[in-house]
Design a protein around this ligand. Structure first.
Ligand code: G6P
Ligand code: MG
Length: 219
């Protein structure tokens, strides 16, 4: 019996994935590295420093910077990103999400956030949904990021539920892997190809209907 939902943030509740891309793109351009939207798919769900490492690898610049310099580069990206998210309002909830959250609350289903983003709590406030969530996994406490299951296992623990009592919702391949490895029912938002490992996949957030998800997850 499903009693909790554990959500990814970027690309599921709101489209900050685009802001992450724009901020990384600006840094990549400055470093003379070609980053396009296709490569950006591989950055979804990945922590800030891991994303930077992947971008430097694309440009064959892995050994060019010390850890301290890399931290500066990641900070630079984050400052640009924080500027971009100042624009976020409740209108930026992705289609269907406001209804889904309301339906979940009406059924007393507990909600957790499992985002790798350290900016998650600020974005939730800006979206006006912070109060609807029971708990947020602090990404700073994680030993390993997605695709490791740790973040979703913690989400279930913080909800005081077993993994089989939860549903996880993700738009990233690494995120679906993480949910599956945690023993949680995975719902994927994205193309069939990208979401082929998900227990249930839809192509847009608009199609995330609570009854449909529960029917499948409770089987
Ligand atoms: C999410 C996004 C990634 C982002 C990561 C860290 O997982 O999908 O694109 O890099 O969070 O976000 P942060 O806000 O902490 O830099
Ligand atoms: Mg995401």
């Amino acid at each position: 019996m499903i009693k909790g939902f554990i959500f990814d943030l970027d690309g599921v509740l709101t489209d900050t994935a685009e802001y992450h891309y724009l901020a990384w793109k600006k840094l990549a351009d400055r470093l003379g590295i070609q980053l396009d939207r296709k490569m950006n798919e591989q950055l979804k769900g990945i922590s800030r420093m891991d994303s930077l490492d992947r971008i430097l690898a694309i440009g064959n610049q892995m050994d060019r910077y010390t850890l301290e310099e890399k931290e500066k580069l990641a900070d630079e990206k984050n400052e640009d990103y924080k500027e971009l998210i100042l624009e976020v309002t409740p209108n930026d909830l992705l289609p269907g999400i406001a209804n889904l959250l309301a339906d979940l609350r009406a059924k007393d289903i507990r909600l957790a956030l499992a985002s790798a983003s350290k900016n998650g709590p600020v974005i939730m406030e800006r979206l006006g949904i912070a109060d609807m969530f029971d708990t947020v996994v602090d990404p700073a406490t994680l030993a390993k990021g997605k695709p490791d299951p740790e973040i979703f296992i913690k989400g279930a623990q913080q909800l005081k539920l077993k993994p089989i009592e939860c549903v996880g919702v993700e738009d990233a391949q690494a995120g679906i892997e993480s949910i599956n490895a945690a023993g949680i029912f995975s719902v994927g938002v994205g193309t069939k190809e990208m979401m082929k490992e998900a227990d249930y996949a839809v192509t847009s957030t608009q199609e995330l209907k609570l009854e449909e998800i529960l029917k499948r997850a409770n089987q």
